[in-house]
Design a protein around this ligand. Sequence first.
Ligand code: FES
Length: 143
Amino acid sequence: MDLERRIFLKKACGTCAALLTLGAIVPAVQSCAPLMSIKTDVKSGDIQVARKLFTVENKLVLIRNASSEFDIAVVQLAEDRFRAFEMQCSHQANPLVATRTGFFCNAHGSSFTLEGKVKNPPATASLREYPCRLDTDVVTVTL
Ligand code: FES
């Protein structure tokens, strides 16, 4: 084998290996990507979130607004079914941590499902829920 052919094969194999590695890493990195978080204003008691923010990989959007001490999590549970929860633990009012599979409280270990129900005590009550509706391309949460 001549030298040019060896160099070509070495470079081509290195490129293929890099592409295969990237193909394996990109989906893993996407699942670890931070949750979508937006800041928005309350208008006439409502918060509006663009429906396009919810994707196959991203079913939860955290909303921050100046008029509320706690974030609000808007969760897409089905194609046209959304629910909104206050990120305040129902046990002793600690802020919750949102994950792709539910909500967790660092204070005493309570956890909640994406539907706001208690998964692990000491909390016994579901999360505070806000009315939520989908109007074509906007999800509206009423505070
Ligand atoms: S305040 Fe959340 S578990 Fe106690």
